[in-house]
Structure formats: C-alpha cells, structure tokens
Design a protein around this ligand. Structure first.
Ligand code: SF4
Length: 711
C-alpha cells in the first residue's frame, strides 16, 4: 500500500560532472529515496555514494526561507518587495555614481543553464558590464583557454561511454577519478577488464593509481617535464602519425625542437620518475589504436595550467589520438553544471555559445533579441575581483550560488576585500560563510525544486525536473533575476517558465543548441552539443576526420617548456607570436621556512565547500572532519602521530586539523581539502594565477606543519 503513494521523478544528479540520472522517490511532498536510472548512457544503473545519499540537504531545516536585509549589523527577514527594492535602488545608485563596471556578479556552476543565462543577461543587459564569471575560473579556466587555442573548443572531446567501449589505452593525469568522478572511474575499470592498459600520473597514490598498469609519481607542478618526456620518446621511436600531423596540425617542427632536451634521463633528474617507466608509458600510449587522456585539476590548477592543457593536446595530436571514438583529450569537469555555466556565457569574455564579447557581430546577435546595446570590453575574472574591490573599481558584488570565502584562494584576502564593498548580495539556499557577510541574502529554490537543464562533462545537456516545492518563501533563481531586472526598469527578462528561457538560448545559439527542445531532451536522455537542428542526433565526439574548430581548421601545436625555478633563469610566462612557445613555472617553491609542498583536492564524501553534503548525516558521518595527509617519514621527523592535531601554516595564514599518516602522499608533500569550514585549505592557498586564464595555483604552495601540544 505504502509503495502506491510513492511518486518517481527522473532527474540529473546535483553533484559531479558525470551527470548521472536517477529517480527521486517522493512521499508526502518529501524526497525519501533515490533509484539509479538503468537506461542512462553514463551511469547505467549505478550511482556513487553522493548520488545515493546526498539529497538530505533539500529538506534541511537550515534552508533559507525568507529574504534577509542587514539592519544595524544584523540580517533580518523582510518581504521580497522590500529586499528587491533595496537591491535595485542600491544598484541603480552605484551604477549612476561609478558606472556599470562598478558591479560584478559571480554565477553558479551548481545551478541550471537557464539560471546562468539569466545571471549573465542581468549583468550585461541590465547592469551594462561584462563583469560576470563563475568558479570555472578556479577549476577549468585553463581547459577553456588551452583546448580552445589548440583544438578550437574548450570542452571534453569525446564521451564517457566510449572509454569502456573503445579506448585501449587510458592515460589519467592529475585526476583522482575514483573519488571525484566515480562513474567515470567505473568506466575505466570496465575498459581495463576488457584488456585496456591504464597509465596514471599523480603525486598521490590514489585508488585509481593503485589500479594502474603504470603509475608515474610526478611531483606536484612537474607535469610539463613528464608530458614532454613522453613526447620525446614518441618522436624518437617513430610513433608519431605523420600524415595526421601534416594534414591537420601546425607547429610540429617547433615541438620537435622544444622537447629535444626532455630525455628520459633529464626527466628522471627533474621528477624522480624512473626512466624505464616513462619510456614504457610513452610506448604504450604511442602504440595504442585508441588512446584517451583524462585529466582534471592536477593539470589545470597551476600558474601554468594553460600550458599543461596544451601539452596534453600535443601528445594526443602527434599520435593521431583525436577525432575517433575512444580517443581524445577529456577534461573531467568538477561541478554538475560547470560546463553549462561556461556554455551559457557566465564568462567575462564570452557571450552564450562562446561568442566573444569584443566582436561586433556577436554582440549584434544578442542586442537584436535583448533590445539593448551591449558592452564590448571583456570583464573582470573572479580572481581579479578582490583587488578591483580594494582599488575601489568594484563597489557592488552579487554572489549567486557560490561560496567564495571558502572556494577561492587566500580566504583572508577575500574577506578583507568584501569588507570594502558598498553592497554584497548573496543568493543561495543556505546561510553560507559568504552569505553571513552579505548586506542582502536572497533565498533560492534548490535543485530538487526546479525544472531546467544541466550540461555534464561530455557536453550532454539533460533535464533537471522539479520533484518537491521550495521551502517558505524561497524562489526560483531565474524568477529572482527577472523581478530584479523589472525593478530596475528592464522588461526583457520576463518569462512564464524556464522552458521559455531555454528556447531563447536555442534561438540565440542555434549552432550548438538549436535542435535541443525540452521534448527531445526528455525523449533522448539528453543530447550532446553541437546539435544544431531538430533532426540532428547530437555529437558524441568532436573533430571527426581531423576537422578542428580553430580559425584555420587545423589544430595548433604549442611548444610548452618548463622553468625549473632557478631564480637566475626564471621566466614567468611567455607566448611568442612565432613558434607558439609557452613557458611554465611554479610560483611558490618550498624553502627553509616553509619546507613542504601543500597540494589540495577533494574527497568522495563531500562536494565543494560542503554547503550541501555536510547537511547529509550519512555523508558527514563517513567524512566527518579534515584529515591532513602527511607522509610517515615527515611525520616521524616532526614527532606527529596518526590523529594528532597539527597546525598547518603558509604565508597566507594557518589552520588546525588532524593528521593522517599515510604513504598516499610522497615525502615532502601534504594534502588538504576545502570541504570543511573549520580547517579550509583555502585559508592557506596562494593567489598566484596563470596569466592567460587567471586560474589560481591551488595544487602547489609552500607550507609547514607542527604538532599542537595541549598546554
Ligand atoms: Fe552524482 Fe557524480 Fe556520483 Fe554520478 S558519479 S552519482 S553524477 S556524484
């Protein structure tokens, strides 16, 4: 009898970029369980622990249910009219006094495409600035830049199911796949069962590294010597695909010269990777019929992240491992809709569909439908905003569905900058660490309460479906942007429902989304862009037949060099017009005062800054607190035992957390996450950025640890 009362709603997981689908079981207006979708092409009846148990936050009593405005230093509940009138009034005043660029907005990679479209439309059409960005700046900005400049499109080239079906070599570099993309790790293991070879390059002995045929323990920050070393071997042993290179690429001759010095001997000297392992890995990759490279933030989050990405593309290009099923360069996007937030133009340089803001005909396309003149100067990036606030250039910041106080580097610097704002608006589902600092907090409906679309890491646009009602007075994000725009005198953002917003996106960017009606997305369990027409099947892999989407139609090979950090020869970064050379280095190396490398990442039980997963009793029980990974040799030297409280310090600050003595990290390296507000690694991280894409160097910084002895 009880079962009859349970309603099932098919939707897309709100966590990682795998984009698994499952049914939410609804009873009496509440989510009471989850069942995986057996027919979904990615998860095929499986889910990870977050998918099964991560929904509790939806009904958590701590959800925001009323708008809040700060009065006499305290956030107090007010009506929607009062909150929106106040925000509209302050924004009009700031725009009048200081111009449109005194406003900036951080959009949300967790929210649906339609909300991201509305956020950037509000910023551009209502406020008149391109100061809109989101946390892709912190995770895959180097992918967007690096793959766009080499291959033409800043996205995963191939599809997840191709890994288990077609790849005969999988090269995972800088990705803790089992913890961060569990269902992709499952595809990799299925491929391995079929006989595929697995090469993993990572400083940490992760679960997936443990399963590898070859594990290359590359020190954090030394990916370029490793990849160049593999390219060196591939060239020397004649494993390059000469016809493919000749017909479909430019820049190969320069690359040959650039990697000449990266012999296995030299790479071993720099990285400690045994020559025989490097040579073996290069041979396996170079001889593959279909080899795929999977990477994440162990490649992107460096002050030379763009160079790392471009070097991955080089390896794939010279071996012809692109444009066919099971091949490619696959950045695994972290958050559920970070691909979509980029696609929707929540970027300071790009309108929806990656149409550059500084190209007149691109702006004209949007101006015609939006009915306003659009700004042409690219806006500020997330990592540029704190200094712009301190320099009085930005006076009002709107943070939608993000928690920068915990997710951005050097939290103290950020909090200090936020104190200088004239207006901080936060639109979220909980009173996050950032919302606590706000002048106005706007309560939003969450994933299980709204309709729309997410785009997963393989460019698959798929439906998100409303299962339950939002609590109290929480509203849809698109509704909030729409009402605020109306209050500011712009009526071009009024819609009856979210599908109308999606149809406007399809009209404006038909080359990518034209054929993706909600009806087709429903019937196909999503479609992969580009999908230009109603009869187009979507595009599982890009660059078929070596046709790249660069201006020349050919892939551009960049020569990527690495600076060892010797101060006499240190070159920060350089892109030469002829020869396309990029030189990467590490911004902060260990020294006498801070002798350890701090590297950061995630754990399977939690998501981002823990706003959602730490509200789940099961997930929180499994990952209750930060555990700093410390190599036993370092621990012994410092008198630290397993579970001891330690103080972790860098030039930015310090936190205290428990030590986990483990050989997962190499000697001289410690590992932390940003899931726990009590000991967030971003109190410690460096604000050094990649000069091309402005991604911060989260993966390597200098630190020290000491045991805290109770007094
Ligand atoms: Fe959700 Fe990612 Fe887990 Fe799939 S693998 S259930 S998308 S968190």
């Amino acid at each position: 009898m009880k079962k009859d009362k349970i309603e099932k709603v098919l939707t897309t997981c709100p966590y990682c970029g795998c984009g698994c689908n499952f049914y939410l079981n609804i009873e009496n207006g509440k989510i009471v369980g989850v069942e995986p979708d057996n027919l979904h092409p990615v998860n095929k009846g499986e889910l990870c622990i977050k998918g099964y148990f991560g929904y509790d936050y939806v009904h958590d009593p701590r959800r925001l249910t009323s708008p809040l405005v700060k009065k006499d230093g305290t956030l107090v509940p007010v009506s929607w009219d009062e909150a929106l009138d106040y925000v509209a009034g302050r924004l009009k005043q700031i725009k009048q006094e200081s111009g449109p660029d005194a406003f900036a907005l951080f959009s949300s990679a967790r929210s649906i495409n339609e909300d991201n479209y509305m956020a950037q439309k509000f910023t551009r059409a209502v406020m008149g600035t391109n100061n809109v960005d989101h946390c892709a700046r912190l995770c895959h900005a180097s992918t967007v830049a690096g793959l766009a400049m080499t291959l033409g499109s800043g996205a995963m080239t191939n599809s997840i199911p191709e890994i288990s079906a077609y790849s005969d070599v999988i090269f995972i570099i800088g990705s803790n796949t089992s913890e961060c993309h569990p269902l992709i790790a499952s595809c990799v293991l299925k491929a391995k069962e079929r006989g595929a070879k697995l090469i993993v390059a990572d400083p940490r002995m992760t679960e997936i590294a443990n399963k590898a045929d070859i594990w290359l323990r590359v020190p954090s920050g030394y990916n370029i010597p490793l990849i160049n070393g593999m390219i060196n071997v591939v060239i020397k042993e004649g494993l390059v695909k000469t016809d493919f290179i000749k017909e479909h690429t430019v820049g190969f001759e320069e690359l040959v010269k650039a990697v000449e010095g990266y012999t296995p001997e030299y790479v071993e000297k720099l990285t400690g990777i045994p020559q025989k392992d490097l040579v073996k890995a290069a041979r396996i990759y170079g001889k593959a019929g279909a080899a795929v490279i999977l990477y994440t933030m162990g490649i992107t989050q460096f002050s030379h992240g763009t160079g790392n990405v471009a070097d991955c593309a080089n390896l794939a290009l010279i071996t012809g491992n692109i444009g066919r099923p099971g091949t490619g360069v696959d950045p695994l996007r972290g958050q559920n809709n970070v691909q979509g937030a980029c696609d929707m133009g929540a970027l300071p340089t790009d309108l929806p569909g990656y149409l550059k803001v500084n190209v007149e005909e691109n702006r004209a396309r949007f101006e015609k439908i939006w009915g306003v003149k659009l700004p042409s100067i690219p806006g500020l990036k997330v990592t540029e905003v704190p200094d712009a606030i301190l320099n009085h250039c930005v006076r009002a910041l709107y943070v939608f569905g993000e928690n920068p106080v915990m997710s951005d580097p050097d939290s103290d610097h950020l909090r200090h900058a936020f104190e200088h704002l004239d207006l901080l608006v936060v639109q979220d589902i909980f009173l996050t660490e950032t919302a606590r600092l706000a002048d106005v907090v706007l309560p939003a409906a969450c994933w299980g309460e709204k309709d729309g679309t997410f785009t997963n890491t393989e460019r698959r646009v798929q439906r998100v479906r409303k299962a339950v009602d939002p609590p109290g007075n929480a509203k849809f994000d698109w509704w909030i942007f729409s009402k605020l725009a109306e209050k500011m005198g712009y009526t071009g953002m009024s819609y009856n429902n979210v599908e109308e917003i999606w149809d406007e996106i399809r009209r404006l960017v038909p080359e990518k989304f034209g054929g993706m009606s909600y009806e087709r997305l429903d019937n196909n369990r999503g479609l992969q862009w580009p999908c230009p027409t109603e009869d187009h099947p979507g595009t599982p892999f890009l660059y078929k037949g070596g046709k790249f989407s660069t201006p020349t139609g050919k892939a551009q090979i960049y020569s990527i060099l690495f600076n060892t950090g010797n101060p006499d020869t240190k070159l920060d970064f350089e892109v030469k017009e002829n020869g396309k050379v990029i030189i990467g280095s590490i911004a902060e190396l260990p020294d006498e005062e801070y002798p350890l490398v701090l590297t950061t990442g995630r754990r399977v039980y939690h998501y981002h800054t823990g706003t959602m997963t730490r509200k789940s009793p099961i997930l929180n029980q499994m990952g209750p607190q930060e555990q700093v990974e410390v190599n036993p040799l370092d621990a012994a030297r410092l008198g630290i035992n397993d579970g001891d409280f330690i103080k972790i310090s860098t030039r930015r600050g310090y936190v205290a957390a428990r030590a986990w003595k483990t050989e997962r990290v190499p000697k001289g390296t410690i590992f932390m996450t940003f899931h726990y507000w009590e000991a967030c690694c971003n109190e410690l991280t460096n604000t050094a950025i990649d000069p091309i894409c402005c991604i911060p160097e989260f993966k390597v910084g200098a630190a020290k640890i000491e045991k805290i002895t109770p007094s």
